[in-house]
Design a protein around this ligand. Structure first.
Ligand SMILES: O=C(O)CCC(=O)C(=O)O
Length: 213
């Protein structure tokens, strides 16, 4: 399904790299770093993750039927950082050196601590993710979600839940970081739309802090 997004937000050319760019999100908070990883590091990390992660095919329950999700998925984190999403329980795979390196960079830039990461591999424009919020109970009331992207630039869409015409459309390039925090997951939903354009592979990592089981 194609998702229409409007009110495109583009980052200004000069940014304070350490603090990122605050996005004007009514009822929410988001901050964006277009180059949290430089091009060389991002390319190296993309290759390492593409090869080194055990990418899993996954299914979700939809109208009583199990259907494959249009992407490949992995869940890594501290022991006990289990997570239930799309109706499936996930036990964490251990941190790899690359994941620790990315997590540590995100911590340095944001000051936030994370104990797990969800990885998504979008193989081409037929892969995507529908509208949702990261509001599972194990994330707590106002989660900080830090999203790192490598590979092809894809459109990330944010839409206010009540004021549906209030939307942001943000291209997330290779090496970028987007952090959503505060009440964002209460008031906004987000999506990664499929596209008919020719796009290459993209890897996205969303770092989270989950209640340990
Ligand atoms: O790939 C993306 O940028 C979106 C990922 C996402 O929405 C999620 O993991 O909840």
């Amino acid at each position: 399904m194609e998702i229409e997004c409007r009110n495109q937000v583009t980052a200004p050319p000069a940014l304070e790299l350490s603090t990122g760019l605050g996005l004007d999100l009514p009822d929410g908070e988001a901050r964006y770093w277009p180059a949290a990883f430089d091009a060389g590091e991002a390319a190296e990390l993309f290759v390492a993750l593409r090869r080194g992660i055990d990418w899993r095919e996954e299914e979700i329950l939809m109208f009583g039927r199990r259907v494959p999700v249009p992407r490949r998925v992995a869940w890594h984190g501290d022991p006990g950082a289990g997570y239930t999403y799309s109706g499936t329980d996930h036990r964490p795979q251990p941190w790899t050196p690359e994941l620790e390196r990315i997590r540590d960079r995100v911590r340095t830039l944001t000051g936030a601590e994370f104990n797990a990461v969800l990885l998504n591999l979008y193989r081409d424009g037929r892969d995507g993710m529908g509208w949702h919020a990261d509001d599972e109970p194990e994330l707590g009331p106002n989660p900080v979600i830090a999203s790192v992207s490598f590979g092809a630039t894809r459109r990330f869409c944010l839409r206010h839940r009540r004021r549906r015409e209030v939307r942001l459309d943000l291209p997330l390039p290779h090496g970028s970081l987007l952090v959503m925090s505060g009440a964002t997951q209460h008031h906004w939903v987000h999506a990664l739309p499929k596209t008919a354009s020719a796009v290459g592979e993209r890897i996205n990592l969303t770092f989270r802090r989950v209640a340990l089981r």
